[in-house]
Design a protein around this ligand. Structure first.
Ligand code: ADP
Ligand code: FBP
Ligand code: MG
Length: 622
């Protein structure tokens, strides 16, 4: 049992460091914590009478679990106030008397005073009336870090717990909500849309729900779509988004004009990091204009790179679907001699899908992710490992995240790729095709071996499927969290689970940085120990050496050029010659490699490292 969901309630903590311990086997716990956990109550508002009252209830066996009470709980002084301030980002921050810090989300009352409140209609909803302590207290919070030292004082950062509030700030018949989906596809988007519509309709009695067609630009360039439980009934069984999506087109002025013109007062925005930045700008602008508009973000990213929350929806589905591609690659590889299956998975900057898919599969020999730069040649390099593994097992499978090796490829690209998509995201070089060409050609040229390489890029097949059962449930909780938050008057927030408890997080906090695989963490260690792949720890050294070599070569070419021009030698087809020279520089000594797909030259880093033995040619190989 965790006591951390109540850490803002220091009055109930009794142990030296402010933590409570469950004694194994005997189901013991602090009363305060068990009460707060079971009933969703907070000590911040709890008087000693209330504790006494609850204690009696507890003793009468009103609670599910049988806890042995720590007598000392009752002696702890009750905290009567918290301190409020702003942090550097302008986020409201509450500091509890015990040192816990609540990073709060904005509320309509921050800029609109005297707003009336209304009782939550869920009180009278027969489905929910049986749920004990259904409403979340305003003082309930969730701790960001749950693994703490028992002797630590202060209880770290907390976020507001998500869920329905007793009082709401919108009369249901006043609500005119809209939903928009932006960015790349991800399994589960339709489920979130469906559950926002059905939740608003059935839980709160909202009748006006509009779909914005085609992402942010749809606010000002398209008609809206009426959404009802009937129109969205089956959409969770389909992949994609029924509302359509897009990149780019975030014209803030026009979007908020459209919100105002259409009398929209709740905006539900489903999208990734770019979308959430856009959502924050919309919230800020609504606030600046003094509008009673609640803006709720629902984080979507198949890459699982959104910070703070446990994981994004669709991630589990994606990892599961990736297994099919890995299995296929494995079957192909083990059915031939020198078989190599290469699978490229999503992950622009974060290798979560590749890492989890590898761990789940057990058939993967090497997993390459953006967080771990790799190199090809020399000791500890990829080629050495591939050769070793092929010799041992006769076949192997490599999983590569699409953002891996970008620096390595960029180094070897004659016309460096600076292209961006409509949202400003850098377009990636194709690491899958690049690896195919390099590996095949190198094995042929250097070892006289034919690699039976099969390349699978299942990205769009994975993104397009509907969410699996557990993601469907997750999407439902996200959607419900978002509607409860908006109805309660919160705005500029993203909803998501932290340590398995759903929270409202300031959007600003979520987009401040993206999340990456922590290679110093045990999860990556597990992967390394299961694949036994190289850790590429010599990357920097290898790159530096190669850069030096390239610079020397460049200098030689420049010198040659200037000698030619000072001799007044006019070479026919001079321009073409210059191009060829630049190819030479970038391709190092390995001119036997053809230009790979995507216009890439073999990497300079892919050349043997100076001072290292060149791999011997294996003439015995077929
Ligand atoms: N910094 C930003 N400010 C405002 N809008 C943004 C910003 N970055 C991206 N957007 C908008 O968010 C939408 C989706 O962004 P994108 O990066 O394509 O996908 P994702 O949200 O999945 O990361 C696009 O319409 C884009 O214009
Ligand atoms: O090909 P598209 O549609 O531009 O999408 C490419 C990107 O979309 C993703 O699937 C998810 O990206 P976003 O979450 O930023 O939309 C990435 O893995 C991938 O790089
Ligand atoms: Mg993104």
């Amino acid at each position: 049992m965790a006591c951390c969901s109540t850490r803002i309630s220091p009055g109930l903590h009794t142990c030296a460091g402010g933590a409570c311990v469950q004694r194994s086997g005997r189901a013991e716990a602090c009363l305060g914590v068990s009460v707060a956990e079971e009933k969703g109550l907070s000590a911040l508002r709890v008087s000693s009478e209330k504790i006494e009252e609850r204690r009696k209830g507890f003793l009468k066996g009103e609670y599910h679990r049988k806890f042995v009470m720590h007598a000392v709980v009752m002696e702890v002084p009750v905290v009567r106030e918290t301190r409020m301030g702003l942090n550097l980002n302008g986020t409201k921050v509450y500091t509890g008397a015990g040192g816990a810090i609540l990073e709060d989300v904005p509320h309509l009352t921050d800029w609109l005073s005297g707003l009336p409140t209304y009782p939550n209609p869920l009180k009278y909803n027969p489905a929910y009336s049986a749920a004990r302590q259904y409403f979340v207290e305003e003082t309930d919070t969730v701790a960001k870090d749950v693994v703490v030292n028992i002797n630590d004082v202060g209880h770290g950062i907390h976020f507001r717990r998500a869920g329905p509030r007793d009082q709401i700030y919108f009369k249901p018949e006043e609500v005119r909500a809209c939903i928009v989906t932006c960015g790349g596809l991800c399994p589960g988007i339709n489920t979130v849309i469906r559950e926002i519509v059905c939740g608003l309709w059935t839980q709160y009695g909202v009748r006006e729900i509009l779909g914005i067609d085609g992402g942010y630009r749809g606010f000002y360039s398209k008609n809206t779509i009426d959404l009802t439980p009937k129109t969205v009934n089956d959409i969770h069984k389909r992949g994609g988004t029924v509302l359509q999506t897009s990149r780019g087109g975030h014209d803030l002025g026009k979007i908020v004009d459209s919100i105002q013109d259409r009398d929209i007062n709740q905006v539900y925005i489903i999208g990734g990091d770019g979308t959430q930045k856009g959502a924050n700008a919309i919230y800020e602008e609504c606030k600046r204009r003094g509008l009673k508009v609640a803006v709720a973000g629902i984080p979507k990213t198949i890459d699982n790179d959104i910070d703070v929350i446990d994981k994004s929806f669709g991630f589990d589905t994606a990892v599961e679907e990736a297994q099919r591609a890995i299995n296929a690659a494995h079957v192909e590889a083990e059915s031939v001699q020198n078989g190599l299956g290469l699978v490229k998975l999503m992950g622009r900057y974060s290798g979560y899908i590749a890492m989890h898919a590898t761990l789940a599969s057990r058939d993967v020999d090497c997993c390459l992710i953006p967080e771990v730069p790799f190199y090809l040649h020399g000791s500890g390099g990829l080629i050495e490992f591939v050769r070793k593994r092929l010799r041992e097992s006769g076949h192997m499978v490599i999983v590569v995240a699409e953002g891996a090796g970008q620096e390595l490829m960029a180094e070897s690209t004659v016309n460096n790729n600076d292209l961006k998509d409509a949202s400003g995201n850098k377009l990636l070089l194709d690491v899958g095709l690049w690896l195919c060409t390099i590996l095949k050609d190198h094995f042929q040229a250097e070892f006289r071996e034919t690699l039976n390489l099969k390349y699978i890029d299942p990205k769009y097949m994975i993104r397009a499927i509907p969410s699996n059962a557990s993601d469907n449930v997750y999407c439902t909780l996200l959607a419900h969290g978002a509607i409860h938050g908006a109805m309660a008057g919160y705005s500029g927030f993203t909803v998501g689970p932290i340590n398995n408890r759903h929270c409202y997080i300031p959007i600003k906090r979520v987009v401040a940085k993206s999340r990456n695989v922590n290679v110093a963490d045990r999860m990556w260690a597990r992967l390394m120990s299961s694949t036994n792949q190289p850790n590429f720890s010599r990357y920097e050294e290898v790159v530096q050496r190669q850069r030096k070599l390239n610079a020397q070569k460049q200098e030689e070419v420049e010198n040659e050029k200037s000698t030619l021009s000072s001799n007044g030698a006019s070479k026919p087809g001079n321009e073409r010659a210059t191009e060829d020279e630049s190819v030479l520089i970038h391709s190092g000594d390995r001119q036997e490699f053809p230009v790979s797909a995507g216009g890439l030259q073999p990497s300079p880093i892919s050349s043997p490292v100076a001072g290292e033995p060149t791999p011997s040619v294996d003439h015995a190989a077929p």
